[in-house]
Design a protein around this ligand. Structure first.
Ligand code: IMP
Length: 196
């Protein structure tokens, strides 16, 4: 996806429409217009989200040579020593929500956090810039699907809410979410750069 500010265009490389819609809402509040750009992003294997996002944004930049952002997220479950962490995507594809709940069976400690890293890169920079956000909450006992969300949203309930992310609208999810926090930081920085 891309956004324009004072005539500048930036692209957010993602194939995930849910991430796009969440980010679009945050950025639009900062008067940043967004659109979606699909480029193949490289996702290296690493235990460090920031390293994954940085590698990915540089790879995406090299393909199109324009200012670009990518976002990488992970889910860290306390009782599972941080599993699946940055491997959340693979774990979701393989065992999904049902599998994760099975691993958590009879576990009293349901604490978990989502982390998000938004990485930005352009030709003016030597290395990518990163903006981070996280949200703590709990893994629910059962899958609680609402009418929105993706991934682990149906089993993650942020502290301070009675609803899982999947039971929330995008506006509600953005009040709590790791991604919204990271994008808010990015938007603040980008606006200061463009002196809006
Ligand atoms: P990605 O590598 O940033 O795409 O995220 C890894 C995986 O974590 C995704 O495939 C989702 O399953 C999960 N994930 C990331 N962010 C969220 C979220 O906001 N809600 C639910 N699941 C998420």
């Amino acid at each position: 996806m891309s956004f324009q500010l004072n005539g500048k265009v930036i692209f957010f490389a993602t194939g995930n429409i849910h991430k796009f819609n969440e980010a679009r809402q945050v950025l639009s509040r900062h008067k940043i217009t967004v659109g979606m750009l699909k480029v193949k992003t490289l996702e290296i294997q690493s235990e460090n989200l920031e390293e994954i996002a940085k590698t990915s944004v540089v790879h995406a930049f090299r393909q199109c040579d324009i200012p670009i952002i990518v976002e990488d997220a992970g889910l860290f479950v306390e009782a599972l020593n941080g599993f699946p962490g940055p491997y959340a995507s693979y774990v979701y594809k393989t065992i999904s929500n049902e599998g994760l709940l099975k691993l958590m069976e009879k576990n009293m400690n349901r604490r978990a956090k989502f982390q998000s890293v938004v990485a930005y890169f352009s030709e003016e920079l030597d290395t990518p810039l990163c903006f981070k956000g996280e949200v703590w909450g709990e893994i629910t006992e059962k899958i609680r699907r609402g009418c929105s969300g993706f991934g682990f949203d149906p089993i993650f309930k942020p502290f301070g809410s009675q609803k899982t992310f999947a039971e929330m609208s995008i506006t509600e999810k953005n009040k709590y979410s790791h991604r919204a926090k990271a994008f808010r930081k990015f938007a603040k920085w980008y606006k200061s750069l463009c002196k809006v």
